[in-house]
Write a protein that binds this ligand. Structure first.
Ligand code: SIN
Length: 485
């Protein structure tokens, strides 16, 4: 791969400011999901190295938390500047190991960097309170202090932004951190570590442990008493295991888990805009985001028009290798993901769904599935309950507001939701009735650094980004000052 700066492609882990290999030179392969071709091999670390990273973070915490907020902010700002300077290289690495189109990858790098810029500023705004005392001689003050060593376990679908969204607030708050990136996408994480080193972020403050053994590394991160907080983005199934593992040492936990986002099109919606919204929210990263539209509910009176327009828009999506010009849909991350999506479509069709468009693999590469549109769906189909994580748009029809709210909320998940309509009273009613952490109203794109990202129910807890994003990395301490005569 041709990069402007070849040093940004690192293959060793980054612990205590050192680039380290496994003591037995164990490595694992990084694979391009387009054709399962070999990219490079990366250090395959285990429990012992994870413990070393935690110890390094613990040592570094003493000095890092003692820096002024402005000092920490300056490090973050330098790191942000370097990310923007290297945006092209970071995007190429991301596309190569993850598969998303280059323009989307560049968008992710900018999105990821925006968290660093934002929290560089927020670092300076960690305010406490002065509370009127409960007796005449007392005063009450609250302080916010960094929680300590943080562990982050991050996913393959956003190999850059889901790291910066955790690392930036942690560092801004005064915490140090150990990151375990997904085994499919370690290169983006290591590139960020390389730029952190260049930014002068002190050794031990930000550590990256690469591994193919999630159980061993995750086991250490969740059981080691030095780690005071775990932040995880990934599936609800794995999140539940991690929560249990963290219980023994009572760690603070943030979980950004799965979703089953409804996208409702009411009878008064602007249909063209709603179609645009579905394309954005459904097909970003080939449907592999946890805020992707999962079930589309369309009022029966506009269903024919909506479906025809959506089918036309889907047909235009260009599938292929993300490094090629104009490609909008890349591969599934691996064969297992491809088979999962295939099975969902098969199940729906067997149970009577109409396949309007797509419904098959695409021969652009080994893990590609065509953008697909299904209609005449019902609640017995797997696709109604499962998080699709692929480029399938399932359209359900509804008659009443009450019925669609019931269907939209009929899931254990509660991350993102979307609806299109014009009646302002209905907008308020529906927004309040949807049991989700995030609601997009007449938009299919809700992700931004400025807003609190997170879910309810089995989609997790904690909020990332925004002015609330620092809270998960801070402890609130209360001082009661007596003897004030
Ligand atoms: C995710 O899919 O985990 C995050 C998506 C986003 O930040 O928009």
């Amino acid at each position: 791969m041709k990069l402007n700066n070849n040093d940004i492609l690192q293959t060793r882990a980054y612990i205590d400011g050192q680039w380290v290999s496994d003591s037995n030179h164990k490595t694992f392969d990084v694979i391009n999901p387009v054709d399962d071709s070999f990219i490079t091999e990366v250090a395959d670390l285990g429990k012992v190295a994870t413990r070393e990273a935690i110890d390094a973070a613990n040592k570094a915490f003493i000095d890092w938390k003692s820096k002024t907020a402005t000092e920490r902010s300056e490090f973050l700002r330098k790191w942000f500047d370097l990310q923007i300077e290297h945006v092209k290289d970071l995007a190429k690495i991301l596309t190569l190991e993850q598969g998303k189109p280059l323009t989307e990858a560049e968008g992710e790098i900018r999105y990821g960097a925006s968290f660093v810029e934002w929290f560089a500023e927020e670092a300076k705004r960690v305010y406490g309170d002065v509370i009127p005392g409960h007796t005449r001689d007392k005063r009450i003050i609250t302080l916010k202090q960094p929680i300590g060593v943080v562990a982050a376990i991050t996913p393959w679908n956003f190999p850059n932004a889901m790291i910066t969204r955790k690392v930036a607030p942690a560092l801004a708050a005064g915490c140090t951190i150990v990151v375990k990136p997904a085994k499919n996408t370690p290169l983006s994480a290591l590139a960020l570590a390389y730029l952190a080193e260049k930014a002068g972020i002190p050794k031990g403050v930000f550590n990256v442990v690469t591994s193919s053994d999630s159980r061993a590394v995750g086991g250490e991160l969740t059981s080691n008493p030095i780690v005071r907080k775990l932040s995880f983005t990934g599936s609800t199934q794995v999140g539940k295991i991690l929560i249990k593992q963290c219980a023994d040492t009572v760690k603070k936990v943030s979980m950004e888990l799965g979703g089953n986002a409804p996208f409702i099109v009411f009878e008064d919606a602007d249909i063209d805009k709603a179609v645009e919204g579905v394309i954005i929210s459904k097909y970003r990263n080939a449907g592999q985001t946890c805020v992707c539209t999962n079930r589309i509910f369309v009022h029966e009176s506009v269903q024919i028009e909506f479906t025809a327009k959506l089918a036309k828009a889907i047909q235009k999506l260009k599938v292929g290798n993300g490094l090629e010009e104009g490609v909008e849909i890349g591969p599934m991350i691996d064969h297992q993901a491809l088979e999962f999506v295939e099975d969902l479509v098969k199940d729906a069709v067997q149970k009577g769904a109409e396949l309007v468009y797509g419904g098959a693999r695409n021969n652009k590469g080994i893990n590609f599935y065509n953008p697909t549109l299904l209609c005449n769906l019902d609640t017995s189909m797997k696709i109604y309950k499962e998080e699709i994580f692929g480029p399938i748009a399932p359209v359900f029809s509804f008659k009443t507001e009450k019925e669609v709210i019931q269907m939209a909320n009929d899931t254990e998940f509660g991350l993102a939701s979307y609806f299109y309509g014009k009646d302002y009273a209905k907008i308020w009613r529906v927004a309040e009735a949807l049991e989700y952490g995030m609601v997009g109203i007449n938009t299919g794109l809700i992700s931004t650094t400025l807003a609190p990202f997170g879910g309810i129910k089995e989609s997790g807890y904690g909020r990332e980004g925004s002015k609330y994003g620092l809270d998960d990395y801070l402890e609130l301490k209360y001082l009661c000052i007596g003897g004030i005569e």
